[in-house]
Ligand binder design. Structure first.
Ligand code: SF4
Ligand code: SF4
Ligand code: SF4
Length: 293
């Protein structure tokens, strides 16, 4: 547990602050491009995704990623119950830091939904890029498998609730066992590549799966994916249809999360922009207006 504290509390806090700043810049740019209709072509989207993979992932190692505090917040509750008095200050500062980082990312979801997941998270960006590769399997292009809510919601909640129970009851860090993010350190720590073998395998496995399943890690495992799925229900801005819509249904076919239909609450929308790219009538916008029924 205390080795995890080093991620945030050691003298090398600069990457954490830098990555927070960069994440918020990418969140803002993603939202502004969508609201101002600058995302009509794929280029701005690809640029943001590649910046996220290179800078937040490969250069800064994803150190201030909201999935970590989503887990460590619960571990610090366990540590409180076991700590002696002299350790309280250290655990309390850690607890506040987790709360602050997590709170900052959750806050963004109340305004513009999953823009962190859509544009700033290096793991999300890498999965998004792979999902757009249109890899051929045999003579056909691999189609993205979508989960129905009946499968997705129970699986996601089972992992999330198990993570909380194991953390609070026994101090287990379940997320850490299957976290592919450290795999991004492959360039920074190339001399220690042996130690990165497991996270790197997880990362590569996730990316290979992303050819066939849309964002498998985000949708099944990531604890921040579950938190933002809940909070994005209340997001101020969502991908909405305007009056130009003719109900042709093209956006619904292309959406990898089945969120493009008219009265969807968009809680699982990663703002991937596929619906807008395919719409022949420029009828989709990121707006505050409620979806018409
Ligand atoms: S859900 Fe996906 S994109 Fe969002 S924080 Fe988790 S890994 Fe990143
Ligand atoms: S693709 Fe455009 S016009 Fe067709 S249903 Fe979707 S929003 Fe409406
Ligand atoms: S295609 Fe689906 S997930 Fe992507 S932006 Fe549109 S509604 Fe959201």
């Amino acid at each position: 547990m205390f080795s995890q504290i080093n991620i945030f509390l050691n003298p090398h806090l600069t990457p954490t602050v830098l990555i927070l700043f960069l994440s918020y810049t990418l969140i803002s740019l993603g939202a502004i491009f969508l609201i101002r209709k600058r995302m009509t072509k794929k280029t701005p989207l690809y640029i943001l995704l590649i910046i996220s993979v290179i800078f937040c992932g490969l250069i800064l190692g994803g150190s201030a990623h909201p999935a970590l505090p989503s887990q460590l917040f619960w571990n610090s509750l366990f540590n409180f119950s076991r700590a002696v008095l002299s350790e309280y200050d250290q655990i309390l500062s850690f607890f506040y830091l987790m709360l602050l980082i997590l709170g900052l990312f959750i806050l963004s979801t109340f305004f513009v939904g999953r823009t962190f997941c859509g544009y700033a998270c290096p793991l999300g960006a890498a999965q998004e890029l792979v999902s757009r590769l249109n890899v051929k399997t045999g003579k056909k292009t691999a189609r993205l498998v979508n989960f129905s809510d009946k499968v997705l919601i129970p699986l996601r909640l089972i992992f999330f609730i198990s993570m909380i129970i194991l953390a609070i009851s026994w101090g287990v860090n379940l997320y850490n066992q299957i976290n592919p993010l450290p795999g991004f350190n492959v360039i920074r720590n190339y001399l220690n590549i042996i130690n990165l073998f497991f996270p790197l395998s997880l990362l590569l496995g996730t990316l290979i799966l992303s050819i066939f399943i849309y964002r498998p890690f985000c949708r099944l495992i990531c604890p921040f994916g579950t938190i933002s799925w809940i909070t994005s229900h209340f997001s101020l801005y969502k991908m909405n249809r305007n009056d130009k819509c003719t109900d042709c249904g093209k956006c619904e076919i292309v959406c990898p999360t089945s969120e493009a239909y008219r009265d969807s609450n968009k809680s699982e929308c990663y703002l991937c922009n596929r619906c807008k790219e395919i719409c022949p009538f420029d009828a989709i916008e990121l707006t505050r207006k409620k979806t018409r029924r």
